[in-house]
Design a protein around this ligand. Sequence first.
Ligand code: NAP
Length: 253
Amino acid sequence: MRVLVLGGTAEASMLASLLAGQSGISGVLSFAGRTKAPRVPEIPYRSGGFGGAAGLAAYLKAECIDVLVDATHPFAEQMSRHAIQAAACANIPLVCLSRPLWRPEVCDHWICVADMAAAAAALGQEQKRVFLTIGRLQIEAFAAAPQHFYLVRAIEPLEPTPSLPRHRVILGRGPFTVEAEEKLFREEAIDVIVTKNSGGEATFGKILAARNLGLPVVMVARPQQAARAVLHDPAEVMAFLLLHQSALLPREE
Ligand code: NAP
């Protein structure tokens, strides 16, 4: 059985490791190609877009893929939409693997917003020191609030340099501990954190650190997705794949 995993997340890499140890299932992990040095998976991988939903459907057919797993990031809205269309076109099952949402506790001070423009506006007029961990694609939204200082954390150096007048980039790839996040927020005198509601353990430390220090968090909501069944655990996806594999095997008469 052949499986294509749309990746770019820790969950996709975990599933790839499980697939590497599974005989009878050959998996391919797909990266968008945005990260210059992705962690090399234990299964074959490919990199770069497919050319829209039609391109993905053509790939699924050409590579005789039996199951498509969408394990992209919850904010990779377009790829997830294409996955639904392409799996329907190729007439194969689609399984979604995604982290559960983070949810606030009563002691948290979250300001929930729909998008980055609203996040920039939610910072207010008064000058603040802002910790920004939103990926690199939407940083320019904060040019609308140039009065703040932004400490931007990214996996790789940002090119081009963000046009925010007052900012510094620090590099880091999760997981991040709550202790390290608290130390960083203290040393940098951070007033407020801006993050997407990505979910997952690897970057939850900043949410716990904000809770411990009583800092507000501007939380950007996930984009709306078409209704679909979502699994949260790579092991659950493996169980589904094994079930599907046994259904594909020819029955003995
Ligand atoms: P997106 O806006 O949903 O997708 C844009 C285009 O990138 C897609 O139409 C597709 O190109 C290509 N693409 C996306 N994921 C791909 C994959 N796994 N394999 C092959 N092509 C892919 O995606 P995005 O938000 O830019 O995210 C890009 C990648 O970074 C994803 O793999 C995602 O899992 C990862 N990531 C995203 C975020 C985030 O906050 N958005 C955070 C962490 C990791 P074609 O139309 O040409 O096929």
